[in-house]
Design a protein around this ligand. Structure first.
Ligand code: SF4
Length: 441
């Protein structure tokens, strides 16, 4: 007689179970119905996977290959997403996050710094033009090199020569990059490229991680209008970029070379010419971003107008190939279709906690917790001309100012939309304000 306490699972004979699974190299998984095994190893090497985002690159078209869902958090196997233009990379620096949670003093992971307070162009979208940067000061060579040395000692992981004036107008930029490489600190630069010293091209290609050219036009006429510079300079810049691309290839340097276009209604007609130009120059990418306004809206950016450019932006992205990425920062470009709450400046978090992780220096050597507060005495921490950066970071004033930011700045009212630390703040806010049941990961 059948024992009713025995439950029959009725597993089909073909199902790989028990020992048979152990001997299969990539067993994958099999549904109970007995359908075919998914071969994961084969999936990872199919041509469509290797070329994700660049399918039909020869024709310049942009078909998404048929793939399983690739999203596993903000990390991608797709070549097109390899630069992570938007978002943050805090999960790769958990040692600093832990130090922060323990209340220790620690060095920033990254520093954005100006090297000068002046520029040789006057781009019509530039915040610096509002600040009248046609002349100004710069960080002197010795304090700059001492600062780089200190960054190495402190364990700063990267420095971007970005913000304030044009970095190549400071002749010490090249030695700073070389020294930083020796001290184990990555560097990068955003430049208009016109004064780039090609005699130092080998060193910057060897020692910088990436160089981004601020170019917001694809024709000489557009260049004249947007950058308020001579049309000849357009060709000068293209020559320099071409030479760098060729030199990099010849010497096998790994420095990434890219273009950044700041989009405003005045250069909507330049989107496609510039996307085509980037491909022709042989750079690695073109990123197209919105124009950031100041907290007082001095540039008068009207985000609603970006909707008119969407078709051209999509066509520009379709020019991506496996070696050339065109990417639009849709998140910000589409800000007008976001909630009125967001447009009104209301953020996901209530407190700014990101400044100790990403510090900023003005082109005159002054240290601030964040760029939008350059020049505000209350938030001035020190100056690398007067004091070693190591002592600044380990000193009381540095941490008092970060605490002042954390406790007194109203991020919904005092800050411009999408500042540099915005993504870090979102991450840190989530960390500090966990949801229910975090152990159920
Ligand atoms: S949230 Fe405000 S205080 Fe914090 S970094 Fe951004 S602009 Fe500065």
């Amino acid at each position: 007689m059948k024992d009713d306490r025995t439950i029959s699972a009725e597993v089909p004979d073909a199902t790989p179970v028990g020992e048979s699974l152990v001997f299969m190299r990539h067993p994958g998984h099999r549904l109970r119905s007995g359908s075919a095994i998914v071969e994961r190893a084969a999936l990872a090497t199919t041509p469509s996977m290797a070329q994700t985002g660049s399918a039909s690159s020869e024709q310049g078209t942009h078909e998404e290959p048929d793939l399983p869902n690739q999203f596993t958090g903000p990390s991608f196997q797709t070549k097109r997403e390899r630069f992570r233009f938007d978002g943050h990379k805090m999960m790769y620096h958990l040692d600093r996050v832990l130090a922060w949670q323990r209340g220790e003093r620690f060095a920033p992971i990254h520093i954005d710094m100006g090297l000068t307070k002046f520029c040789n162009t006057a781009c019509i979208y530039c915040y610096a033009v509002v600040q009248n940067m046609s002349r100004g000061t710069m960080i002197q060579r010795d304090p700059l090199l001492r600062f780089i040395d200190d960054c190495g000692r402190l364990g700063v992981r990267s420095i971007g020569f970005i913000g304030d004036g044009e970095p190549t107008l400071n002749p010490a930029v090249y030695d700073a990059a070389v020294l930083a490489r020796q001290r184990g600190v990555d560097t990068s630069m955003a430049t208009n490229g016109l004064k780039l010293d090609m005699d130092r091209a080998h060193e910057i290609l060897r020692d910088m991680t990436w160089i981004r050219f601020n170019l917001s036009a694809g024709t000489p006429e557009g260049f004249q209008k947007i950058h308020q510079s001579k049309a000849d300079n357009f060709f000068l810049l293209l020559d320099k970029i071409r030479s760098l691309v060729a030199l990099r290839k010849q010497e096998g340097y790994s420095c990434t070379l890219g273009l950044q276009m700041v989009l405003i209604p005045e250069n909507f007609d330049q989107i496609l010419p510039e996307a085509q130009l980037g491909a022709e120059l042989g750079v690695d990418y073109l990123v197209i971003k919105q124009c950031s306004d100041s907290e007082y809206k001095e540039l008068g950016v009207d985000y609603r107008r970006y909707a008119q450019a969407e078709l051209d932006l999509e066509q520009a992205e379709a020019l991506s190939t496996s070696d050339y990425v065109v990417q639009v920062k849709w998140n910000k470009i589409k800000a007008a279709s976001d909630t009125t709450l967001y447009q009104g400046g209301v953020r996901k978090y209530d407190v700014c906690m990101g400044t100790p992780f990403l510090s900023q220096l003005s082109g005159n050597g002054e240290v601030y917790p964040c760029g939008p507060f350059y020049g505000k005495k209350r938030f001035l921490i020190g100056n690398i001309h007067d004091q070693s950066y190591h002592d600044i970071v380990m000193g009381d004033r540095y941490w008092q100012v970060h605490e002042d930011i954390r406790t007194s700045v109203n991020v919904h009212k005092d800050c411009a939309i999408g500042c540099r630390q915005d993504y870090l703040n979102k991450f840190l806010w989530d960390l500090k304000n966990p949801p229910e049941h975090v152990n159920f990961i």
